[in-house]
Design a protein around this ligand. Sequence first.
Ligand SMILES: O=C(O)c1cccc(C(=O)CC[C@H]2O[C@@H](n3cnc4c(=O)[nH]cnc43)[C@H](O)[C@@H]2O)c1
Length: 224
Amino acid sequence: MLLAVAATEIEMQPLLSMRPPDAGVSYLLSGVGPLETAVRLTSHLARLAELPAAVLNFGVAGAYLPPAPGDSMPEVLDVCLAEREVFGDFGIAFGDRVEPFAVPELGGVDDMTLDPELALRAGAILSHVGVRFHRGPFVTVAAASGTADRGRFLQQRHRALCENMEGAAVARVCREFGIPLVECRVISNLVEDRPGRPWHLQPACRKSAEIAGLLLDHLRDELP
Ligand SMILES: O=C(O)c1cccc(C(=O)CC[C@H]2O[C@@H](n3cnc4c(=O)[nH]cnc43)[C@H](O)[C@@H]2O)c1
């Protein structure tokens, strides 16, 4: 059994509408943000008689701007596969900067490498069908970045591709339960000064659901 997790109806619904009910896959709406996600996912997993073989976290994300002109970064509707997930706004905020606590004991697990084998498999599945994608670190924030400066800070601090509001919480819970996680998102917007350009939420959600369906179909056949 695989578990597909998305934050909102607008991200989940296109996947459900394009797939028949499937004995090999279950679905969970995590809600928006790391707290709601950790609570709902933990509560869901704790009630299962058998844990899923893997979790897929999918949906949309905001791409950080290129650190220097000409640098390659994801653009709107690009596909991104996570190598790591980091809690980007855990610590002490100085304007757009976030610094870790000086006392290490105050820190929890805030930087997680995702299952490398699963990430490789997911990458191979995407490549096999000709889907181009970016691979790299993702940042999770409780407060979506509203300025390009904050985005630039988080991008440079973590060498990250994009930000979202759930992935690190999913990673932390999966680590606790010993479940491999793969995370794949499609860019709906750029992290820039608000209000910025309009978001491409609907096409990004549709594309993200198509990619999620593809990954679920292949991984369901490959995993125990
Ligand atoms: O209206 C807003 O300002 C707003 C801010 C963040 C997310 C939303 C959504 O409706 C989408 C839900 C989902 O999208 C992820 N997401 C997408 N872009 C970003 C971003 O630039 N920063 C953080 N999260 C983003 C996130 O995982 C949300 O759960 C609306």
